[in-house]
Design a protein around this ligand. Structure first.
Ligand SMILES: Cc1cc2nc3c(=O)[nH]c(=O)nc-3n(C[C@H](O)[C@H](O)[C@H](O)COP(=O)(O)OP(=O)(O)OC[C@H]3O[C@@H](n4cnc5c(N)ncnc54)[C@H](O)[C@@H]3O)c2cc1C
Length: 493
């Protein structure tokens, strides 16, 4: 049996493993960390669980094609239980609060009541959220491998998307905000995604949640990663943890296998990398192999920015339920050259398994970009530790000011920065996703093949904007399909 070595055991690597086995290959995953999952992760502190990924999982509707794929890899099944959440998020400003509720009609009524002069714009927004309800990444095969029939099917399932793209495809979330007169509505439109993000991304994300295709599986992100890993192992796959790969061994135009950090060499017929592409091209293989459009995107930090976060997790000595994610203005904070005036908190009261009875985990987030990553990186070890502590303390003060009921009930569990994601996953600038989808910049989408190395393929969220869990999932399947195609075999898996 031919053997595939998969580098990286995040969602893309695990998915690759399952589909490789389904296609009849031997599959071995090499993951640098002690546990698989990559960015789809969670960890325990002082009797609490800090869930650090899934805010919404696209593909939880069993009628969707994505659900089929999640089900195939062992992430979701008919018995999966989901969090009982009522909103996407809420925004506060100038003493007012509005929400994007899961119930679209409730949102429409609330927003119109809050700002009758914005009624026409609100109704248009809601109508387009409805148009976007069937928008999805391709699942059956990569776009560039689709035939006419596949395109017609895809076009039919997303018949209303052109209307969304026409209205919101060429403006940013910041510009969308400016269409509204009410200050709190303006903030609502550019709170969740960074202001440079295209407005249609917000519409599609909200539609996913509002139409029941973006729920949160109970027990959290790590549990989902572990379910997939177990499924892979039960199918006969081999998962090596604590095994950082040092390089992919190349001879002529062929990958021979991998060399681990400890010097061990493992041979295989094919290699599929699922690690961050900045790490793949530069550390695992020579940077010159990087496809030109991708190299240009990495060089263009303004056109293709990435997003990360400074995050703090707290134990709350109350149930603090019914809050979800709330954005609010805060007393200004300075981080390097960045002046921060807005932040968010998220209550995890929806999952009882994360905290002892009667208590809750709360997480605060400050959005961080490329510049912030450079700032954190510039600090010495002691300075970095001190700055983290100072910032966490400053956030605690601001949270208690915004939610006075938390006075005396809030205890710090952990805090981490964009550098944490870089250290843990080799994530470029600590990015949560792939490159941001900004206005005026071409969406990146490249074939997960490496020119000059015929048996090396690429999975992972960086192969398609904007990244995220659904892209990680389909990228794993697509990498195996490209491999099958290169061998002249059927791509049906
Ligand atoms: C805080 C946060 C919130 C998020 N929220 C959501 C959300 O609500 N919805 C959503 O869809 N997405 C969300 N995401 C994004 C999502 O987590 C990622 O898109 C997805 O997990 C990426 O998967 P991946 O397998 O492509 O990459 P990764 O998860 O980065 O996996 C790469 C793997 O390769 C391993 N690796 C790296 N270098 C080596 C090496 N040299 N040798 C061996 N192994 C190596 C890493 O340890 C890692 O396990 C969130 C991410 C974060 C951080």
């Amino acid at each position: 049996m031919e053997k595939i070595i998969i580098v990286g055991g995040g969602i893309a690597g695990l998915t690759t493993g399952v589909y490789a086995l389904k296609a009849g290959f031997e599959a071995e995953i090499y993951e640098k960390n002690p546990v698989p999952g990559g960015e789809c992760m969670g960890w325990n502190r002082k009797g609490y669980h800090i869930d650090n990924c899934i805010h919404w999982l696209t593909g939880t509707d069993p009628k969707s094609e994505l659900w089929e794929a999640w089900n195939t890899i062992g992430a979701l099944d008919e018995h999966t239980e989901y969090a009982d959440i009522d909103r996407f998020y809420s925004s506060r400003a100038e003493g007012r609060e509005v929400s994007l509720w899961c119930d679209l009609k409730k949102t429409e009524d609330e927003l119109i009541k809050e700002s009758p002069e914005d009624e026409a714009e609100i109704r248009k927004f809601i109508q387009h959220v409805e148009y976007a309800k069937n928008c999805s990444v391709p699942v059956s095969k990569p776009l560039d491998m689709m035939g006419l029939g596949d395109y017609l099917k895809l076009g039919k399932s997303m018949a209303d998307m052109p209307k969304v793209m026409k209205e919101y495809g060429k403006i940013s979330c910041a510009e969308l905000g400016k269409r509204f007169r009410s200050p709190v509505l303006q903030k609502l439109m550019c709170d969740y995604l960074p202001p440079q993000y295209t407005a249609y991304s917000l519409i599609v994300s909200y539609a996913t949640v509002a139409f029941g295709n973006g729920d949160i599986p109970l027990k959290g992100s790590l549990a989902m990663s572990l379910r997939i890993a177990e499924h892979f192992k039960k199918m006969g796959g081999v998962l090596h943890t604590n095994c950082p790969v040092k390089k992919i061994l190349i001879e002529g135009k062929k990958a021979l296998g991998i060399e681990l950090e400890d010097g061990t060499v493992e041979k295989s017929d094919f290699v599929i990398s699922s690690v961050d592409t900045d790490f793949l091209f530069g550390k695992l293989v020579d940077r010159n192999y990087m496809p030109k459009p991708l190299a240009k995107a990495y060089e263009n930090r303004n056109g293709y920015p990435v997003t990360s976060g400074f995050q703090v997790a707290y134990a709350i000595d109350s149930d603090f339920s019914g809050k979800g994610t709330v954005f609010f203005d805060c007393e200004p904070l300075t981080l390097g050259t960045n002046r921060i005036t807005r932040m968010s908190v998220k209550s995890y009261a929806y999952d009882k398994s994360f905290a002892p009875e009667g208590k809750t985990v709360l997480q605060a987030n400050l959005v961080q970009g490329d510049v912030d990553y450079e700032y954190w990186k510039s600090l010495g070890e002691e300075e970095y530790r001190q700055k983290k502590e100072e910032l966490a303390e400053a956030l605690t003060e601001r949270i208690v000011k915004e939610f006075p009921e938390l006075e005396g009930k809030i205890e710090l569990l952990d805090c981490w920065t964009p550098l944490t994601y870089n250290r843990y996953c080799n994530a470029y600038h600590g990015s949560y996703m792939g490159f941001m989808t900004t206005v005026g910049n071409k969406q990146l989408q490249y074939k997960g093949v490496v020119k000059g190395i015929k048996n090396l393929f690429i999975a992972g969220q960086w192969i398609m904007n904007p990244g995220g869990l659904p892209v990680a999932l389909v990228s794993g399947k697509f990498a195996v399909q490209r491999l099958l195609y290169s061998q002249g075999k059927s791509m049906e898996i």
